[in-house]
Write a protein that binds this ligand. Structure first.
Ligand code: ZN
Length: 111
């Protein structure tokens, strides 16, 4: 379990835990360069990653929202700050949601 967690943090393949999932900031490899696992199994495969992206986005925005509510910042400024925060973090949300989805799918589907 620890190896899998480390592989997820390092954005690695869910099967071999060594191959890189991404070939650039926004693009995944089609197959794992180490074990040849097919990452994109079908069209729309990464749709499920949106659930993880949404959850992580809420988890990141909620503390900021609570903090801004306690500081009496206007709603529009709070909206702009949170939107900016999520825009800045979108590459991380994108990449980690896909990798978590791959690991989730591999864990439950490969058994
Ligand atoms: Zn692999």
């Amino acid at each position: 379990m620890l190896k899998r967690s480390i592989a997820m943090v390092r954005l690695r393949c869910p099967r071999c835990l060594k191959g890189k999932v991404f070939r650039s900031l926004w693009n995944t490899h089609d197959i794992c360069p180490e074990c040849m696992l097919e990452f994109k199994r079908e069209d729309g495969y990464f749709f499920g990653a949106m659930y993880f992206s949404y959850g992580m986005g809420v988890a990141l925005a909620l503390p900021t929202t609570i903090f801004l509510m306690l500081t009496n910042v206007s709603q529009w400024l709070a909206f702009l700050i949170i939107t900016f925060q999520l825009a800045i973090l979108s590459p991380l949300l994108f990449r980690y949601s896909r990798v978590i989805w791959l690991h989730f799918d591999q864990y439950f589907d490969a058994r």
